[in-house]
Design a protein around this ligand. Structure first.
Ligand SMILES: [Zn+2]
Length: 455
């Protein structure tokens, strides 16, 4: 019954809004091409097939991996074959974190393996591993209150997932919080809704604290440890990790454009990040974001559309463990930051129900909201808040550039985020096509319209 009510509500709110509400005379010249872009994007599953080719052939793409280097070469060749202009790589130096072999297990009461993934940036355990009693806490406050118990222990933060923004603080800062109290290692309940006993990796920082090994364990394992301890049992865990940093490596942003017909110096920037964590195949995070933004340019080329302004696609490198691609782009284009009229990023997957988010002035939002009326056939005509993106953030800040984001359903996205389960199998072809269609229309109209999107 609830499902029926939800379905009815979905149909009601996702259906086309009445024509009278969407009539904006200035938009009329773009309506035909918007319709053509949507039709071309949704006519087949080209974008999903390209995502599958990327993720099947090159796999996951951590900075410094041969996978990423080979995937970058493929992207350059493929953009050239698409007929994009000025296809190039721009060199970026990035950190190289290497996971190595790793495992964790309960050794007393014996003996149970834990579903774990070391956190990106963690140090190794001593050779041969370390073994210690587990201290379970629910949050930072409990650690502070019981700090005197932490010496010599493995501290486990068993923090139930609320939102990514809130819960990720434990992954990023758990080791830093536990190390000063003498903890020998830290385990963090995987940051995501309850999955299928999936650990989630992700970045962490010591920020000057003594570096102790840090790993995520599946929520089910964290709860089991908590229940064992709550029954008064002393639980010992063995942790073995070989994680380390190697020397910085050369990587690159990949760039392709459609050069502007009349105002080539004005740029509509679109993109996602091409690197991923070293598990799964980086399909939702963020292979799909790269492919759907790339589609905006490919579809325009296919339809012979060459807008007034330049449309620039950037596949950013090293978002996951350094953001060096985003900062390198800002440094390289600092002088033109103010001529970026809109920056679009897709880095939240494309799972339904998806939405558009925008960050910018009221004047810019009003225009974007009008343009989005062209997306009524896709059910994406409402533009909400939250237009940021990690990679476009630096250039947007430098040039006070409005930002737009395509946001897939967060619960589905964060269930597989940074896990071995982030593969193309979980993504529906029509959801990829819909994202590509929406981004192509917004990108095209903002690049083509007479008035420059106001800051
Ligand atoms: Zn991402």
């Amino acid at each position: 019954m609830l499902a029926l009510v939800l379905l009815a509500a979905f149909l009601l709110f996702s259906g086309p809004v009445p024509r009278a509400q969407t009539q904006s005379a200035w938009l009329e010249p773009y309506r035909t091409d918007a319709t053509r872009l949507i039709a071309a994007a949704t006519a087949n599953q080209f974008a999903w097939d390209r995502l599958a080719e990327l993720t099947d052939t090159y796999g996951n793409r951590l900075t410094g991996s041969a996978n990423l280097t080979r995937a970058i070469a493929w992207a350059v060749e493929t953009m050239k074959r698409d007929g994009l202009d000025a296809v190039r790589t721009e060199k970026v130096m990035g950190p190289q974190w290497v996971r190595g072999q790793e495992r964790a297990l309960i050794v007393d009461p014996p003996e149970h393996p834990l579903a774990m993934l070391g956190l990106g940036g963690s140090v190794a355990t001593p050779a041969g591993g370390l073994e210690a009693e587990v201290m379970v806490v629910r949050d930072f406050q409990e650690l502070t209150a019981r700090a005197h118990e932490a010496k010599g222990k493995i501290v486990l933060f068993n923090v139930p997932y609320t939102t990514y923004g809130q819960t990720v603080a434990y992954r990023a800062g758990g080791a830093k919080a536990a190390a000063p109290h003498g903890a020998v290692a830290v385990l963090v309940r995987a940051v995501g809704p309850m999955g299928l006993r999936t650990p989630h990796t992700g970045g962490m920082q010591y920020e000057g604290a003594t570096p102790i090994p840090a790993a995520a364990i599946a929520a089910e394992d964290a709860n089991r440890l908590q229940r064992l301890v709550a029954r008064g049992q002393r639980v010992r865990v063995r942790l073995e990790m070989q994680a380390h940093f190697a020397a910085d490596v050369e990587t690159a942003n990949v760039i392709g454009e459609i050069g502007g017909r009349e105002r080539p110096e004005e740029v509509v920037l679109v993109g996602g990040h091409f690197d991923s964590w070293d598990v799964g195949t980086g399909a939702s995070d963020d292979g799909v974001g790269c492919i759907v933004t790339w589609e905006a340019l490919r579809l325009m080329k296919t339809l012979g559309l060459k807008p007034r302004r330049t449309v620039r696609l950037v596949l950013f490198t090293n978002e996951e463990n350094g953001l060096r691609g985003g900062t390198a782009y800002r440094d390289a284009y600092k002088g033109q930051a103010g001529q970026h009229v809109l920056a679009i990023e897709s880095d939240s997957g494309v799972f339904a129900p998806a939405r558009l988010g925008f960050t910018g002035s009221d004047a810019a939002r009003a225009l974007i909201q009008e343009i989005a009326s062209l997306l009524a056939p896709l059910g994406l005509q409402q533009v909400g808040l939250g237009g940021g993106g990690a990679d476009i953030g630096p250039i947007a800040q430098a040039g006070k550039v409005p930002m737009l984001a395509y946001q897939g359903d967060a619960t589905k996205y964060f269930t597989i985020h940074h896990t071995p389960a982030d593969t193309v199998d979980r993504i529906a072809p029509d959801e990829v096509a819909k994202a590509a269609a929406a981004l192509a229309v917004i990108t095209y109209v903002v690049a083509e319209m007479g008035e420059t999107l106001p800051k």
